[in-house]
Design a binder for this molecule. Structure first.
Ligand SMILES: *Cc1c(COP(=O)(O)O)cnc(C)c1O
Length: 422
């Protein structure tokens, strides 16, 4: 069997069919913002491997930190044991996230961090003698992950989850805020939320949202004012608010965390993706002392979750090193420059008949088409143009590593403009 046939016949890729004709490209190595393919071609990375690789690939400081840690230990169970990488990372996380968040639960992936957040909310209300508060409010076109509970709060249509509708909990979906980022939101935007809270708050544990940027469910940037008003409403009706910052965390929107655009501190926050600079899989769910104490004082007196690879020392080392690298860099200026360059460069696309809208926020540039693109065809065109851009549905988007030079970013932008135009 050739390598290609093993891949094609035996390995699933994300959201893919076994034995599909869609090409996958074999990567031999990656360095900085470049992926090196087996056939020798080099591609400029416009995806940061799905929001993660903020410092680029094969970073010498990241590599050195991991090599050092690997010689001490790669892993040790977290039940009854602890280690410096987890302790140092936790100190850093509670320092850089909103002030009220000071208790940290580590898990292996974003989806699990969302599951953990939802369990925390339910356990909290259970401990408060309100066990009927089990349901969640979520926004249409949200994406929170692929596991069952995470799926239950992800948009049922764009997430294609209708297939599982009888096996997942039924949550309450409300319209997404239509007011774009930078504008104050209308009463109309909050109408449905108000209604739902008024009628159902007795059974609702929390509102789950991706603050400011809805990612995989539509790449939509919405009003910070909406979040502020939603938080006030949730407080009023005794409903917790969970911010899923898995995509937005660590600078992507121009702030370290997207909730800073609204100057808000959620009750529970999920982080993942760029947490380790893309090196290893790690996620975390953060909450307040009030929530953790309430859970501790309730039945059964502990928080009921504990993954095998919880707080893996290598992953914690990668996270701590990545955060330090980010904070020591001029990341704000870098991201402002990326934003400016994408605004200027992608804006040309608004003139094309096939394009619905161009949106840019921080280091995220989106061209929304009028119709879904042919992913295999357009991906090949991008590869032939020397860039790695992977659209989905109607969305062609760029979210490059923050370290990208303006010349390389120009090549990414020009490829998008040219290929969309054709
Ligand atoms: C990617 C993502 C998740 C899921 O994370 P995984 O690591 O893929 O499980 C959850 N929420 C948001 C907002 C995401 O972008």
């Amino acid at each position: 069997m050739t390598k290609q046939s093993i891949d094609q016949n035996h390995i699933w890729h994300p959201y893919s069919a076994m034995n599909s004709d869609l090409p996958v490209y074999e990567v031999m190595s990656a360095n900085g913002v470049r992926l090196k393919l087996k056939d020798g071609r080099e591609l400029i990375d416009g995806m940061s491997s799905w929001w993660c690789m903020i410092h680029g690939y094969n970073h010498p400081i990241m590599n050195a930190a991991l090599e050092k840690q690997i010689k001490k230990m790669s892993h040790v169970m977290f039940g009854g044991l602890t280690h410096e990488p987890a302790i140092e990372l936790t100190k850093k996380l509670i320092d850089i996230t909103p002030q009220a968040l000071e208790k940290v639960f580590y898990s292996d992936s974003g989806s699990v961090a969302v599951e953990v957040a939802m369990k925390m909310a339910i356990q909290y209300w259970h401990a408060k003698k309100k066990p009927e508060k089990q349901r969640f409010i979520s926004l249409r076109s949200a994406y929170h992950g692929d596991t069952f509970a995470a799926m239950s709060v992800s948009d049922p249509d764009t997430g294609i989850h209708s297939l599982f509708k009888d096996s997942i909990p039924h949550q309450i979906f409300i319209q997404r805020p239509n007011t774009p980022f930078g504008e104050s939101c209308s009463d109309e935007d909050l109408k449905e939320l108000k209604q739902v809270l008024k009628n159902h708050s007795a059974e609702i544990a929390a509102l789950v949202v991706e603050p400011i940027v809805q990612g995989a469910g539509g790449m939509w940037f919405y009003s910070a004012d909406y979040l502020k008003k939603a938080k006030v409403l949730c407080d009023k009706y005794n409903v917790l608010i969970i911010f899923d910052e898995i995509a937005t965390g660590f600078g992507r929107t121009g702030k370290l965390f997207a909730c800073e655009h609204a100057e808000l501190s959620p009750d529970i926050m999920c982080i993942g993706k760029a947490l380790t600079g893309g090196y290893l899989t790690l996620a975390a769910t953060l909450t307040t002392a009030e929530i953790s104490t309430t859970i501790d004082n309730g039945e059964p007196g502990v928080f009921m979750h504990g993954p095998t690879f919880m707080a893996n020392p290598l992953a914690c080392t990668a996270a701590l090193t990545s955060i330090n690298l980010l904070l020591e860099s001029d990341w704000k200026e870098k991201i402002q420059n990326i934003e400016q360059q994408m605004l200027e460069g992608l804006n040309i696309c608004t003139a094309f008949d096939s394009v619905n809208e161009v949106r840019v926020l921080g280091a995220i540039g989106v061209v929304e088409m009028k119709h879904a693109v042919d992913m295999a065809k357009i991906t090949k065109e991008f590869v032939d143009a020397g860039v790695w851009v992977r659209p989905f549905g109607k969305l062609v988007y760029l979210m490059p590593p923050y370290v990208i030079e303006s010349e390389d970013l120009n090549k990414l932008i020009n490829a998008v403009v040219k290929i969309i135009k054709d």
